[in-house]
Each structure stands twice: as structure tokens, then as C-alpha cells.
Design a protein around this ligand. Sequence first.
Ligand code: 13P
Ligand code: SF4
Length: 401
Amino acid sequence: MSTSVTQSDSRPTTPLPLLVLGRGTELHTERGVECPGELPAPSDPGLVERARAAKAALGDQVFVLGHHYQRDEVIEFADVTGDSFKLAKDAAARPQAPYIVFCGVHFMAESADILTGDSQTVILPDLAAGCSMADMAAIRQVEECWDDLVEAGVADLTVPVTYMNSSAAIKAFTGRHGGTICTSSNAKTALTWALEQKGPGGKVLFLPDQHLGRNTFVRDLGGSLDGCVVFDPHKPMGGLTRRQLQDATMILWRGHCSVHGRFSLAALEQARREIPDVRVIVHPECQYEVVEAADEVGSTEKIIQTIAAAPDGTKWVVGTELNLVRRLGTLFPRQQISFLEKNVCYCSTMNRIDLPHLVWTLESLVAGRVVNAITVDDEVARYARVALDQMLSLPGETSKD
Ligand code: 13P
Ligand code: SF4
């Protein structure tokens, strides 16, 4: 994809390189910037019509999933919307659809590929739609962490619990070591299950979101903050002593969400001062002190359900991604809905999926071209599926519409 500057006179246009350092110099940030074929211009007034026409032409051939953090312009074309848990289950709900367009982020599309049939192709409209939290744990670091646990003599007592927001390779690690995947809507059940697996003295290695792990252990299971240690993958032995690893019940990976990590206790207290009788609802990826001070905590689906069930006139301050908070304001105009942090913006990677990428994806399929297919290596998929199936078999796990 190249960009050019159009000038008013007849001089030749000057190409503007998208990769200013040159191609191939920063492979991680370059992921996904190439878009084979013509990406429609965002200013094209016919985009909505083009998306409608392409989706209609594909009919049952395509199944579009949309996470709650997607833009409204994308959500409009989703056949199903949901939180990570619901979308993981729904991905397999249309076995007859050969194409699943996943409007979300990379780890969600990988999980969908693992959970769907061999004849189905999962597509992520923009390959640069990653997740900064998932990127905070690389499989090599996790393997080294496990070696440290072996060295400290605690690996035999430890069960990995891995948040959905992680690479397929780390999910496979979890499957190989007898652990489970969890999402924000079933973390309590997953953690309870994991802590029972090894009997007294059992531990959990919680990857990669330290906040979800701590919040669930302390708030939902009544564990103590002293029972948690944070393993820093950039330090020898995680920056911990053997004794600390032996004494801990929860070994929390040092990862966090760059969006939810910014909601602060100060902003929450200010909201309480300024809005009488306000109810505060936040996502469990927020810091412990924020979650502690909130009235309600839950996954994106639970946030929607809780606000939907509240009486007219309820005042809410919501601590989660801004696309969803804005949509809540539109969906529930009889309630007063505010955003918790004035400086926090959207999840930049979720926002990568926009109408031009969706139109390009759908029109490519109409033309018989599959773009941006997400394919997980067979061996990785086999063990990741063990961990995902373990999650899906946990008792009472539902995520309702
Ligand atoms: P949910 O599972 O609650 O939708 O959360 C996914 C996520 O990425 C939150 O940042
Ligand atoms: Fe990842 Fe945070 Fe974005 Fe969720 S909101 S996809 S955890 S960066």
C-alpha cells in the first residue's frame, strides 16, 4: 500500500513511505500494515452500501462476529456480538459457514480458528489488530518462568490459568501443563477449579493479566494480597526469591491492559464527589484499588446486562473501553452514563477494524479471494484446544445475550 501527495499543479506526486524506517526494520510494528489489494478510502460515502451488498451476496457463506469494543460502524454488520467467552462459544455456532470474519483482536481470531471446523476459515480484517496485554507474555518467557518454578521446587504444585488474552502458543503451554483458559466472565470458577487440582498447597500461575488474577483471587475467592507475588519476566527468577515463590498461592504474570490500567482511583473518587448517587461499574482488568472502590465489576457482557437491568434514571460511571461506553449511552438514553477517565481513549488495536477493512474483507470474499486468514499451527492448536475445552467444561459457565 503506498500513499501519495496530490499537488495542485502538474508536478509528479511524491510518494509518502508508510514505513519511515524502511521495510523489514521493525517487524513487530510492521505486522499488518500491508493490505494486499485496494483498501477503500475511509471517506468513500458508499462504504455502508458496499458492506451491505457484499454481505448480502455472501449470505450464509459468511458469519461475522463482533466484540463489544468494536466501532458502531462495524457492530452494525455483526451477526453476533459478545464478550470474549461468548464469542469463543459462538464461533463454533455456524459450522456450515465457510468464512468467519472476526471483528475483534488477534487472540480472539486464533481461538476461533482452534474451536471451529477444519473446513472453516477465520479472517481478521486487519492483521495489526493485536492486544498489548497479550503481547506482554511471549512463549519463550513463559517457558523460562516454568523452568524457574521447577528450580524453586513448586512446578509440581502449580496449575497455569491463562486469560483468553494470550497467544495460541501460551494457551498450548497451558494445555500441556494441565491448566485452563479463563475469561473475565468465568475467572472465579476457573481459579477455584485450578486451586483444587493439587490439593493443599496448590498454586496458580496466572497469565498474563496480573489485575484479573489478583482481583479474582482476593475479591471473589477471599484470598489475601499477601498470597500474591508478581513475576516479572524481565528479571532473573521473575525478581522473586525461591522462598517467595514457595510461599505464594498466586504467581501473577507482570502484564496488564494498557487501556484499563489507566482508570484511576482519583478519577473514581472525583466522579463520586461530582455525581450524587452514582453507581460505578468497571471491568476486572482495572487495578485492584479501582475494582475495590467500584459498586459492580464484570466482563463487557455483564456490564451491558447490569445497565440494561437498572431502573430509568440510574447514574453510571463506567470503567471500560470507550466504544462500548458510548454505545451504552445510546442504547440506554433513560440512564445517565459517563466515562470513568477523561484521558483514556479507545483500545487502539480494537479500533484498527474499521469499515474500510470490513468492506475490503467482504468484497475480497465475494471476488473469491480469502484475505488475512488466521491459521494456528496444528500442534499448537491441539494443546490450546485442550485448555480451551477445559474452560468450556467448567461448571455453570454461561454468558447470556
Ligand atoms: P471481555 O471478555 O469482558 O469482553 O474482555 C475482553 C477484553 O479484551 C477486555 O479488555
Ligand atoms: Fe487488549 Fe486491553 Fe484492548 Fe482488551 S482493551 S484488547 S486487553 S489492549
